[in-house]
Design a protein around this ligand. Structure first.
Ligand code: NAD
Length: 492
C-alpha cells in the first residue's frame, strides 16, 4: 500500500468512469509490482464505494441511449474494436506480461483468444434472434431478448485480458452497460481495453472500470443499481459473491477453482501424450483453471512418465515459462510441495530452487515440479495453482475415474489413450464440464461455451457462447392477433 511519486512504467492509474479517468480523492493506492523482474509498474486506487456509486450512475445514464440502438448498431462498435485490437495485440500482450508475468507468447495467444470472443459478440445479431411461432390460429408469439440494465463483471489475475472478453463484448452488444472490476494484479491490462473501446466509438458510461480490492467486490454484489454479476476467480469468493448477489434477487454466475485430472492409459502414445501433458501443467506456470493438476496413471505408464519429465525440463522460467503472479502465491505453492514431501510423497522433479535468468533475479519464479503422491493426499486434492503435476496410481480405468470424480471440482478432464472404448467410457463417466481425448487443455473454442461443473461453478449455465445470451438478457414473450375473422380458440 502506498502512493508513489516516483516515475513508473505505467504511472499512477485511475478508474475509468463515464468515459474519463476518475481518481478517488481519499482512496489509498496500491503498487503493482511486476513478477517478471520485481520492478514497480504503477500505482492504482483501492477505490471505495463512492467510486462504485459514480460508476453505476454513469452506467445508468448511458443505458437508455445504448439500449435503444439496434443490436446490429451496437455490434458495429465491436467490429471497429476488433480491428483496433488486431493492430494492438502485441502491446496489449506486453502489458499483461509486465503486470502478471505471463510469458509473451502465451500473452499473445490470450489476446488472440480475446479477438475470437469479440468475433462471437459481433455475430450476436445472428445468434440472439428470438423464436417465432403461430401458437393458436391467427395468434403469433415471438420473443425478444432485452438487456437487463447495469451489469457487473469481476475478473481474476490469470487471464486478465481474455476473461473480460468472456463477459463485456456479449453483455454490451446485448444492450447492457457495465461496471468491470479487474484483478489487483492486472489493472492496466483492463484499463487499456476500456480506452480502446472508447476509441472504437463506445459511448461514455457504457463500460466503466473500477480498480480496488475486496470491498469493491462485496459492494458490487450488494449494489441496488446492479442487475446481474458475473464473477471468475476462486470458489471461496465465488460462493460469497453468489450468495450476496442472489440474496438480493439479482442474477449471478460465478466461476470458481479447479483441480483437473488427466487419466493416462498404458496404451497412450508416449511422445504425443508427454508433450501435451507437460504443456498443460506448465502453461502460464500452472496458473490456469484448465491446467493439468493430477495425472492418474493406469498400470504401466513408465515410458510416458519419463518423457513427461524430459519435456518438462525444456520449460525454463523467465525464458519460455511464465512467472508466478506474486511472492505470496509462490510461497503458497512451495508450501504445498514442502508438505507433500514431508507427508511421504516422492518429488520426481523439483522446481523450488530454480534460478531466474540474469536480470530477473527479483522476479517471482518456480520451475516445473512433478510429485508422486497418494490419491486423497492434500497435494492431490487441493488446488495449488502452480507448475506442479501430481501423479497418482490406479489399477484400471474404473479406479482412475473414481479418483478423478472424487474431486469436489469439475472444470476439465482428459484421457490419453489410443483405445476408442476407453475414450468413450471416460467421456461418458467423467464428471467435468469440459472434457478431452488426447488434449491437454480441453477448452472448447467458440461457438462452444465455457463452463465447468460441481464446485468449479456456482449458478446455472455457461459464461460464453449461446448461454451468455440467456444470462445477459431477459426474455419478453409477445402474443399478437391482428385478424378479427380468426375464430376464438383457446388463448386466442
Ligand atoms: P481470486 O478469487 O483471488 O480473485 C478473483 C477476484 O475476486 C479478483 O477481482 C479479486 O480482487 C477478488 N477477491 C479476491 N479475494 C476476495 C475476497 N476475499 N473478497 C472479495 N473479493 C475478493 O482469484 P484469482 O487469484 O484472481 O484467480 C485464481 C483463481 O481463479 C483460481 O482458483 C482459478 O482456478 C480461478 N479461475 C477460475 C476460472 C474458471 O473458469 N473456472 C477461470 C480463471 C480463474
Amino acid at each position: 500500500m502506498a502512493s508513489t511519486t516516483a516515475v513508473t512504467k505505467y504511472g499512477d492509474l485511475n478508474n475509468f468512469i463515464g468515459g474519463k479517468p476518475s481518481s478517488p480523492a481519499q482512496a489509498e493506492r496500491a503498487k503493482r509490482i511486476s513478477p517478471v523482474d520485481g520492478s514497480v509498474l504503477s500505482t492504482f486506487p483501492l477505490s471505495g464505494t463512492d467510486e462504485l456509486d459514480k460508476a453505476v450512475a454513469a452506467a445508468q445514464k448511458a443505458f437508455p441511449e445504448w439500449s435503444s440502438r439496434t443490436i446490429k448498431e451496437r455490434a458495429q462498435v465491436f467490429f471497429k474494436y476488433y480491428e483496433l485490437l488486431s493492430k494492438n495485440l502485441k502491446s496489449c500482450a506486453e502489458i499483461m506480461h509486465d503486470e502478471m508475468g505471463k510469458n509473451l507468447d502465451e500473452a499473445m495467444q490470450e489476446t488472440a483468444k480475446s479477438l475470437e470472443l469479440t468475433e462471437f459478440a459481433c455475430a450476436l445479431p445472428q445468434v440472439a434472434t428470438g423464436d417465432f411461432e403461430e401458437v393458436s390460429r391467427g395468434v403469433e408469439c415471438h420473443e425478444e431478448h432485452l438487456p437487463l440494465g447495469v451489469v457487473a463483471s469481476i475478473t481474476p489475475f490469470n487471464f486478465p485480458h481474455m476473461v473480460p472478453h468472456w463477459t463485456l463484448p456479449n453483455a454490451i452488444v446485448l444492450g447492457n452497460t457495465m461496471v468491470l472490476k479487474p484483478s489487483r494484479e492486472a489493472p492496466r491490462t483492463v484499463l487499456r481495453i476500456a480506452e480502446m473501446l472508447q476509441e472504437a466509438g463506445l459511448p461514455d458510461g457504457v463500460l466503466n472500470v473500477v480498480c480496488g480490492g475486496r470491498e469493491i467486490v462485496t459492494a458490487i454484489a450488494e449494489h441496488p443499481g446492479i442487475e446481474a454479476v458475473s464473477f471468475v476467480g476462486s470458489t471461496k469468493v465465488a460462493k460469497m459473491v453468489y450468495q450476496k448477489t442472489t440474496n438480493r434477487g439479482k442474477r449471478c454466475l460465478a466461476l470458481g477453482s479447479a483441480n483437473n485430472h488427466l487419466i493416462l492409459m498404458p496404451d497412450a502414445h508416449p511422445a504425443n501424450s508427454a508433450a501435451n501433458i507437460a504443456a498443460s501443467y506448465l502453461g502460464c506456470a500452472g496458473q490456469r483453471c484448465m491446467s493439468a493438476c493430477v495425472l492418474v496413471a493406469v498400470g504401466d505408464c513408465e515410458e510416458t512418465i519419463a518423457k513427461i519429465i524430459e519435456e518438462s525440463k525444456k520449460f525454463v522460467p523467465g525464458v519460455n515459462m511464465s512467472a508466478i503472479v506474486n511472492p505470496e502465491a509462490k510461497a503458497s505453492i512451495a508450501g504445498f510441495i514442502d508438505r507433500a514431501e514431508k507427508d511421504g510423497a516422492k518429488v520426481l522433479l523439483d522446481g523450488r530452487q530454480v534460478q531466474p535468468p540474469k536480470g530477473l533475479a527479483k522476479g517471482c519464479y518456480l520451475g516445473p515440479t512433478i510429485i508422486e503422491a497418494k490419491a486423497g493426499s492434500e497435494i492431490a486434492v487441493e488446488e495449488n495453482f502452480g507448475p506442479v503435476l501430481t501423479i497418482v496410481r490406479a489399477q484400471n480405468l474404473t479406479e482412475a475415474l473414481s479418483i478423478a470424480n472424487s474431486s469436489p471440482y469439475g472444470n476439465g478432464g482428459s484421457i490419453f489413450t489410443q483405445s476408442g472404448r476407453s475414450a468413450e467410457v471416460f467421456c461418458d463417466k467423467i464428471q467435468a464440464g469440459m472434457v478431452g481425448v488426447n488434449v491437454g487443455v480441453p477448452v472448447p473454442r467458440e461457438p462452444f461455451s465455457f463452463g465447468g461443473w460441481k464446485d468449479s461453478i456456482v449458478g446455472g449455465g455457461d459464461i460464453t457462447g449461446k448461454s451468455a445470451v440467456r444470462f445477459w438478457t431477459k426474455v419478453k414473450k409477445i402474443s399478437c392477433k391482428w385478424n378479427p375473422d380468426r375464430p376464438l380458440l383457446w388463448l386466442a
